[in-house]
Design a protein around this ligand. Structure first.
Ligand SMILES: [Mn+2]
Length: 245
């Protein structure tokens, strides 16, 4: 295993100058830095683990892989909002809109084609109408949070069938997990819904051990959430080690 080091350290603060796209310049810098750091490893043929950071890191990984790569995006959300579709200005749930060029957005990197993206773990009730409209217009395939909880092996098999022989990047927003089982995510909505760490282990082992697997990125991990549950991060690390080891 090679430790390629850290990207730029960025600690969130309010950005009054960009109310609808908070800290967009530093987010873009971070995404480009992920791409620059992953590219040499990808070119060597190494498998890559990226620990974020917000979910836009997936775009940096995809920009570093072959243009044909497929992205399995495991998240409670579609991350297809834009500075116009929401008021909170959080890039955390806009990344895929930037990646897919919705409303002309972008980070100055190679973007994504709709045929490269498949979601798993979606909770429709926490998505916005704007996002659901984009999913329909772009024809993006998705699996539900309930399906991921009840049949992680089946969801993995169906998703891998969709990937086919393409290089595979997996992105995991830890907010897909049941926050009561694993309080890891910045977003605390997932209480008593979503896969447990044990279910996630089943999914990730199938995806990460696939011949096409190239990279796993992890977004929205907030260690302060598990301050009262000190075994949560070690249990999560065990899942990653089992999948990648
Ligand atoms: Mn999310």
């Amino acid at each position: 295993m090679i430790d390629c080091g850290d990207g730029p350290l960025q600690i969130w603060s309010p950005d009054a100058a960009n109310p609808r796209a908070q800290n967009v310049e530093s987010v873009a810098e971070s995404v480009r830095s992920v791409a620059d750091m992953v590219r040499p490893a990808a070119e060597r043929g190494d498998r890559v683990l990226v620990i974020g950071g917000n979910c836009t890191i997936a775009l940096g990984v995809m920009a570093a892989l072959e243009p044909s790569a497929a992205l399995l995006y495991i998240d409670r959300h579609y991350d297809l909002n834009t500075p116009a579709s929401t008021t909170d200005g959080a890039l955390d749930w806009m990344g895929m809109a930037y990646g897919l060029g919705v409303d002309g957005l972008g980070f100055g990197l190679r973007g994504l084609e709709p045929a490269q993206v498949h979601y798993l773990g979606i909770s429709r009730e926490v998505t916005t109408e704007f996002e659901r409209d984009q999913v329909a217009a772009l024809g993006l395939p998705w699996g539900s949070n309930e399906a991921l909880s009840s049949d992680p092996a089946g969801e993995a098999s169906r998703a891998l069938e969709w990937v086919g022989a393409r290089p595979l990047a997996v992105h995991l927003d830890v907010d897909v997990l049941d926050f009561i089982d694993a309080p890891l995510a910045e977003n605390t909505d997932g209480r008593n819904s979503g896969p447990t760490l044990a279910s996630l282990a089943v999914l990730l082992e199938k995806l990460c051990r696939h011949d096409s697997f190239r990279a796993l990125s992890i977004g929205e991990l907030n260690p302060s959430r598990s301050a009262g549950t000190p075994d949560a991060i070690p249990r999560f690390i065990d899942v990653l080690v089992a999948a990648l080891g």
